[in-house]
Design a protein around this ligand. Structure first.
Ligand code: SF4
Ligand code: FES
Length: 238
């Protein structure tokens, strides 16, 4: 069992495993910290800065990203101070300049009293949270997509912007994206993602579409089953 440490969040004593992050400790204590790139299934990343909190060392306070800052014995954390809210408002304004209409960002804006952005609007959709890239690499295990370019041109892309050879068309990147900017379409037994058409396989018992052939092949390889085994029946007719 991991060693536990005791810290204070908003004046409340909270226990958390040593080595965990402040946002995890807060989640465990039902204290919400807004965030856009923290995901319990993924390694800490610290991209969006929405999860900033104030930590107190003696008379000094410091702003840190709670999703990458580790808990420690006696740490004092405040999640809702003026400084914290100023940073969050700035972050929201920056996100709105890249994606001014997404309901999730508009909701965060409303919750933080942000009415618009003072930054130049440059609609790119993606807020660079990295969840798609990390999910593909850490959960699916194929690294079909990555970041390219720097600064304002930074974006998620396939290698050389070509049809991704590694992609198994599972759609995890599209499903995880908090602002829905990765297009995924399904029509006539074909899933289209990353501008590539992936044929899907049907259940041999009921005829319903199961999943893209590439995804089933990947699954077959991992589990040692055959494609025939995987398409014999589906969750609906089993
Ligand atoms: S495409 Fe979506 S999930 Fe990927 S980095 Fe951009 S906002 Fe995040
Ligand atoms: S949730 Fe911590 S930086 Fe994004």
């Amino acid at each position: 069992m991991s060693e536990m440490v005791t810290l204070k969040i908003n004046g409340r004593q909270v226990q958390a495993p040593a080595g965990s992050t402040v946002i995890e400790a807060a989640r465990g204590a039902n204290i919400q910290i807004p965030n856009l790139c923290s995901n319990p299934e993924l390694e800490p990343y610290g991209a969006c800065r929405m999860c900033m909190v104030e930590i107190i060392h003696g008379k000094r306070t410091r702003l840190v990203a709670s999703c990458i800052y580790e808990v420690s014995e006696g740490l004092e954390v405040k999640t809702d101070t003026q400084r914290v809210n100023n940073v969050r408002r700035l972050v929201i304004e920056l996100m709105l300049s890249r994606n001014p209409k997404h309901p999730r960002l508009l909701e965060l804006a409303a919750q933080h009293g942000v009415e618009g952005t003072r930054f130049e609007i440059d609609v790119r959709g993606c807020i660079l949270c990295g969840q798609c890239v990390r999910t593909c690499r850490e959960v699916v295990g194929v690294s079909a997509i990555g970041f390219e370019s720097r600064g304002t041109l930074r974006r998620v892309a396939t290698p050389f912007n070509e049809s991704p050879a590694e992609c198994i068309a599972c759609g995890s990147c599209a499903y995880i994206c908090p602002v829905d900017v990765i297009p995924l379409k399904e029509k006539d037994g074909v899933r289209t993602i990353w501008k590539t058409d992936f044929p899907m396989l049907q259940c041999r018992s009921c005829g319903r579409t199961i999943a893209p052939k590439r995804q089933l092949e990947h699954f077959a390889k991992i589990t040692g089953q055959s494609l025939d085994d995987l398409t014999k029946s589906c969750v609906h007719c089993r």
